[in-house]
Every structure is written in structure tokens, then in C-alpha cells.
Design a protein around this ligand. Structure first.
Ligand SMILES: [Zn+2]
Length: 310
């Protein structure tokens, strides 16, 4: 095994730790990695590296609004922020894409990058996706913990509730990317996230509400839209850090996201109105995982990435 592949294997195994105790992530990981036959973080990083040239725009789509108040959860935007940092480091130009409910939180972590919003109305969203492709001509679209529609084009929480009324229809960005042959990457931890359509059968079979949701649509929560490359992790933030650290390694730049910066990022998210997606509390925790544990995982990913000398 190449050293880089060993590093990616270790990073994947840290990133898929099932600390939220959902009991589904290992099945999804096995299904996803079995299809490509190599660590998911390496597959994503190398495909992104091949696809993008310096100066290119990259869409980073994130933000999951949680009912009843539809506040943005803490999983997603920090991962998007860290991946954007590495993208900038290698000369790419990230553009954050989200929707109205998640705008304040995404803005809090976007640093100098532009932010675009996709409307909740289907035809408006489709038009806006087309407009954004004309405006930026991105070479990659990455979705990190972003709601993904099911076979009926309805959006759900992990608990099976329908949130289509408020969610910006960002699946149209993946449709536009598919029509143009633009690389798509999907990062998720439960099966209802944009890009996880490749696992629709596994999610239906193994994830609660996967096949049958708690709304009358009858489609289940399993996301239907497929990304070209899929990364599954214990939290989607960790999946994004796994990609970001491997992308840094592949491109020969330093990967700097550590536990201290993780806490700072989470504080920014909470300050902008974010909440933990599992507990619903405005605390710097992710999917119910205490900050003290989350920051250790972040440090572990960074340390492992640093073992492979640049
Ligand atoms: Zn439904």
C-alpha cells in the first residue's frame, strides 16, 4: 500500500467513528468504500485535485435547517469552512451555497468567500442553479451535510419529518453539474443528505425512516440524488476534514485545522444562531457529541495527516 493510501485509511477510520451512536454509519461506509475499493477521503481528494485548476470556482453547499425553528445545525458549516480554507490554499475560489434559514451561520464561517442562496420554490431554485453555473462555471460541487431530496423530491430530517417547506432546493445544483459533466462530491452521516443517492437501497434497508418517513409522501428519508464521489463519516464535519486533510496532502500544502480552531469555529456557528442538530441546544457540540470529544477527533485527524511527511 502506498503511504498516502495508508494515511487515508487511518483518517477514514477516525472520521467514521460512530460516536453519535446512530449505528448506521459503518454499513454505509462499507457500502460506499466497497464500490471504489479504496479509502473515501483519498478518492475524493484525488478526484478533486485532478478536476480543479488554479483560479477555478468550487461550490461548497452546506447548512441543514432543523425544525421547529429551522435553525442551522452545527454539523456542516465548520466542515465547509475548513475545506474552503484548503481550497483557497491551493488556488481555488470557493463559493458557499446555502438557503435563507442557514445563511447567518454559513456567513459566520465563510471568511472572505461569496455566499449564494438557493430559493425553496422548485422552479425558482432551478433557475437560480442555472444562473450560478453561468456566473461562476465551477469545476467541482461539494455538498456537506445538506438536505437531499428523496425519490418524491421531498426533504426530511433524520427523524422522518418533512422540511420541504423551508429548504432551498439545492439538488438542482447537482442536476446542473450532471448535465455539464462537473464533478460532484457528497458528504453525509445519515443517508438523507444531498449526494448520498448511490446508497439509497442501503439507507432504505438500514436507517430508521429510510424507507418510510413520518410524512404522507411515502418516499422515506433516503436521499435520491447521486454524487460522483461519496464520503460517509461519523459526523459530516469529520468527513469534510478527512477530505480537506487528504487534499492538502495530495497538493503538498499544510493542513492546519486543530482542536482549538474547531472550538473557535463552533463558537462562531453558535454566535450566529446555530444549534446542535441532535439536542437542539445552542451549544458548541455536534450531533450530541461533547466539544471535548469532538476536538480530540479533530486533533487526531490532523496528527495522522501530519505523519506523512510533505
Ligand atoms: Zn415523506
Amino acid at each position: 500500500m502506498l503511504d498516502r493510501e495508508k494515511t487515508a485509511y487511518r483518517i477514514d477510520h477516525v472520521a467514521i467513528m460512530d460516536l453519535p451512536l446512530r449505528k448506521v454509519v459503518y454499513n454505509l461506509y462499507e457500502a460506499a468504500s466497497g464500490r471504489v475499493g479504496r479509502p473515501l477521503s483519498l478518492e475524493a481528494a484525488e478526484r478533486m485535485s485532478e478536476e480543479a485548476d488554479a483560479g477555478d470556482f468550487v461550490f461548497i453547499v452546506t447548512g441543514f435547517p432543523i425544525p421547529p425553528k429551522y435553525l442551522c445545525e452545527t454539523d456542516g458549516p465548520p466542515g465547509a469552512s475548513v475545506l474552503a480554507s484548503v481550497a483557497r490554499e491551493i488556488g481555488l475560489r470557493p463559493v458557499f451555497v446555502t438557503d435563507k434559514p442557514c445563511e447567518p451561520v454559513v456567513r459566520a464561517v465563510a471568511d472572505e468567500s461569496p455566499i449564494e442562496l438557493i430559493p425553496r420554490d422548485h422552479s425558482e431554485a432551478e433557475r437560480e442553479a442555472e444562473r450560478l453555473f453561468s456566473k461562476y462555471d465551477p469545476s467541482i460541487v461539494v455538498a456537506i451535510e445538506r438536505p437531499g431530496w428523496n425519490v418524491k423530491r421531498e426533504y426530511h430530517t433524520m427523524r422522518g419529518y418533512n422540511i420541504s417547506r423551508v429548504v432551498g432546493k439545492t439538488d438542482y445544483l447537482f442536476e446542473a453539474a450532471g448535465e455539464r459533466g462537473v464533478l460532484t462530491v457528497g458528504v453525509g452521516d445519515g443517508g438523507n443528505e444531498l449526494g448520498l443517492g448511490l446508497l439509497v437501497e442501503e439507507v432504505g434497508r438500514t436507517v430508521p425512516y429510510g424507507e418510510r418517513c413520518q410524512c404522507p409522501c411515502g418516499g422515506g428519508i433516503a436521499a435520491a440524488t447521486r454524487a460522483d464521489v461519496l464520503v460517509v463519516a461519523g459526523t459530516s464535519n469529520w468527513g469534510a476534514y478527512a477530505i480537506a486533510s487528504m487534499l492538502a496532502l495530495v497538493e503538498g500544502v499544510k493542513y492546519g485545522h486543530d482542536g482549538k480552531r474547531e472550538v473557535e469555529l463552533l463558537e462562531r456557528v453558535i454566535g450566529a444562531g446555530g444549534i446542535d442538530g441532535v439536542t437542539g441546544e445552542p451549544t458548541p457540540t455536534v450531533d450530541g457529541i461533547p466539544t471535548s470529544v469532538d476536538r480530540l477527533v479533530v486533533d487526531l485527524i490532523r496528527t495522522i495527516a501530519g505523519l506523512d511527511e510533505l
